[in-house]
Design a protein around this ligand. Structure first.
Ligand SMILES: C[C@@](CO)(OP(=O)(O)O)[C@H](O)COP(=O)(O)OP(=O)(O)OC[C@H]1O[C@@H](n2ccc(N)nc2=O)[C@H](O)[C@@H]1O
Ligand SMILES: Nc1ncnc2c1ncn2[C@@H]1O[C@H](COP(=O)(O)OP(=O)(O)O)[C@@H](O)[C@H]1O
Length: 288
């Protein structure tokens, strides 16, 4: 039996460059891990079955679960005869832009690599992860990275300046496919990825705050105006900078003092039920 942690990610930048012939979009994103994590228990089964148990009734408990797909991929690629019971204690909100499902898949890949003694490299696990979803490769490594391609090409970068992150998720679930589908490529507002890379490199908190940017905001904001109001609230209650993560609808605020974190969290009471005060993890492997 083995426990693995599956942390959420946020996007510090998300740029969309163009639409590809395979239907995906070419992206350039800076992603970083935060210390809000699902907990996954992996227990060997001699009957070869893959079973999913989850604490959240809205998470699928069959082949649709990305953790199931991760286990099945390892079984078929490497002729594994064992099965596994995967118990997912869900902490990361679902369909939120925080890569919860992708991180569960990545943690399952890492965990089963150990439990089933497969001895695969992280690079190989990340390659396999890309077959499940574009965000899984990043989640295999965690830490902070520049992700390109459809999101699966990962280049590790330094950890961003340490700070608090207030995450707020409105009561709506967003479909990533719908948001990419609504994007008009000639109207994209491109973030300055280079400036963000420089800010991170220089451990420059203000520079990081000034250069947050997400090309998908305009689509999600148009479809769900409540996300715009939430972003305004977080800013008004004192965050240094605010951005939507991924395709949304979660919005996060960066703050560098604990006192202001509680002010924002208290201020959001009544506007938003799902609020989390977390920290950037930034570096790889701090959570396992
Ligand atoms: C927007 C981002 C940013 O990190 O994250 P989330 O909001 O999901 O957390 C990712 O690009 C999401 O990655 P992920 O959620 O793994 O997406 P996938 O399952 O691979 O794709 C779901 C659908 O989104 C669209 N898609 C996804 C990635 C991409 N580069 N271009 C796309 O057009 C496609 O329509 C695809 O069918
Ligand atoms: N382990 C899982 N946890 C959460 N959602 C999952 C999981 N496996 C599959 N899903 C499906 O993935 C969809 C996207 O969820 P999630 O990964 O939480 O969001 P996002 O892609 O916005 O980061 C959900 O609607 C759900 O049906």
């Amino acid at each position: 039996m083995l426990y693995v942690k599956a942390p959420a990610k946020i996007n510090l930048t998300l740029d969309v460059l163009h639409k590809r012939n395979d239907g995906f979009h070419e992206v350039e994103m800076i992603m970083t891990t935060v210390d809000l994590a699902d907990r996954i228990k992996l227990e060997n089964r001699e009957d070869g079955e893959i079973l999913i148990a989850t604490t959240d009734q809205f998470v699928p408990n069959d082949q649709r679960n990305f953790a199931y797909q991760a286990a099945q991929l390892l079984q078929t690629k490497y002729g594994v005869k064992q099965g596994v019971t995967i118990t997912i204690e869900k902490e990361i909100p679902i369909a939120a832009g925080l890569a919860g499902g992708s991180s569960d898949a990545a943690a399952t890949l890492r965990g089963l690599n150990t439990l089933w003694k497969l001895n695969l490299s992280l690079d190989r696990l990340a390659e396999l992860g890309a077959q499940i979803g574009s965000d899984v490769s990043f989640c295999v490594y965690g830490g902070t990275a520049l992700a390109t391609g459809r999101g699966e090409k990962i280049q590790e970068i330094a950890a961003p300046p340490s700070c608090w992150v207030v995450l707020a998720k409105p009561k709506i679930g967003v479909s990533t496919a719908e948001i990419y589908g609504g994007l008009q490529i000639d109207q994209v507002k491109h973030p300055n990825t280079q400036a963000m890379l420089e800010a991170i490199d220089n451990d420059d908190y203000e520079g990081m705050c000034q250069n947050l940017g997400n090309a998908l905001e305009q689509v999600t904001f148009h479809l769900y105006p409540e996300v715009v109001s939430l972003k305004e609230q977080i800013k008004r209650f004192g965050a240094d900078a605010v951005l939507m993560s991924g395709s949304g609808p979660t919005v996060y605020g960066l703050v560098d003092t604990e006192l202001r974190v509680s002010r924002i969290v208290n201020g959001l009471r009544g506007f938003c039920d799902e609020v989390y005060a977390v920290r950037l993890v930034g570096e790889r492997n701090l959570l396992d």
